[in-house]
Design a protein around this ligand. Sequence first.
Ligand SMILES: NC(=O)c1ccc[n+]([C@@H]2O[C@H](COP(=O)([O-])OP(=O)(O)OC[C@H]3O[C@@H](n4cnc5c(N)ncnc54)[C@H](O)[C@@H]3O)[C@@H](O)[C@H]2O)c1
Ligand SMILES: [Zn+2]
Length: 362
Amino acid sequence: MTVIRVGLRERSYPIYVADSYRHLPQILARQRLGPLLAVVSHRRLLDRFGGELLKTLRRGGLTVITMTVPESELSKSSRVAQRLLTQLARRATMRLPVLVAFGGGVVGDLTGFVAAVFRRGVPYVQLPTTLLAQVDSSIGGKVGIDLPEAKNAVGAFYQPRVVFDHVGVLRSLPLRQRRSGLAEILKYAVMADAWLFRFLERHVTACLHGNPQVDRVMVERCARIKARVVSRDERETRGVRTRLNLGHTLGHALEAATGYRRFTHGEAIAVGLAYASHLSVTQGLMATAARQRIIRLLRALGLPTAVTGVSLGAVKRALRYDKKFIRGKSRWVLPTQIGRAIVTEGVPMSEAMRLMREYVKP
Ligand SMILES: NC(=O)c1ccc[n+]([C@@H]2O[C@H](COP(=O)([O-])OP(=O)(O)OC[C@H]3O[C@@H](n4cnc5c(N)ncnc54)[C@H](O)[C@@H]3O)[C@@H](O)[C@H]2O)c1
Ligand SMILES: [Zn+2]
């Protein structure tokens, strides 16, 4: 079992990467988390892996209740959050529960949000079960729900007390969801880890079909990067955390322009990554050969590098909601080589928009 620390003074916490839930009860006991746990998850996930998890927790002397939500981005809503809060208020009258997010990023963001507001804050633990959630969304404390108007529109910075990754549960992840996580991993590689980039190039097949050793390498490497970045810039005020948004400016706009239904998060940021790489080359910030390597790897992983059937106007409208487009300025995270990215305001808006036409076609 590997332990990675997110260093945030009194809000510091460990990330464990393991191949079973065996040690989880001791870890929770050490952090004084218990004895009442409220596990938030999906019915199907509990049916598949809940047996192993709940048995282990109960054997460790913990009292566990479960609450399920539908498998959909629509679960990140005030309606579902309200339902969970009501259930908690009714069932946890005597003692404060510790919330446990057992699922992907949807369950993680929602559970963290409910934990942040129930009784002005109860502790919560992340047990991420998708590749994307293990490498990214479970770490860093960005929690929240969506409004019909915008994604992640209501939320908080509220750090978990423990993140525990059981890489074995990734074996049942559908290929499309695995690819979505791989796009995020490729993002980390391009922005901060040339070694990881080469690793992905060499192990494309294993990355796509799932292999516990390979998954472990990817999860550990990315968790370390995210932990380091969050430790230095918890609330994205120093520009350090902004770099994690490589590929996300166009990516988020594509998701919004298509109603969050057409693309997975990873598919959208794959296109954003291809675009950012090209934009960087046109600005003379990166060599063409590096861009070609990025495109080749995106394709090998079966990820899209451009989209058709999406309105460029809708994408531009969505871009205006991006925090990086404050007061009409275009601010981009651009790679400068494999393993390095910068935040720049030096790209003229007209050039950025002209290039976008090659990536977003009607
Ligand atoms: N908080 C952050 O910093 C942050 C970062 C990135 C993304 N996010 C959020 O994360 C969400 C996306 O998360 P996601 O990609 O994990 O999607 P998700 O949570 O919707 O999970 C995808 C699907 O996989 C299923 N699933 C989960 N684990 C499985 C397993 N082990 N085997 C089989 N199926 C499994 C889920 O039930 C679901 O149907 C978005 O809402 C996004 O905004 C948050
Ligand atoms: Zn992302």
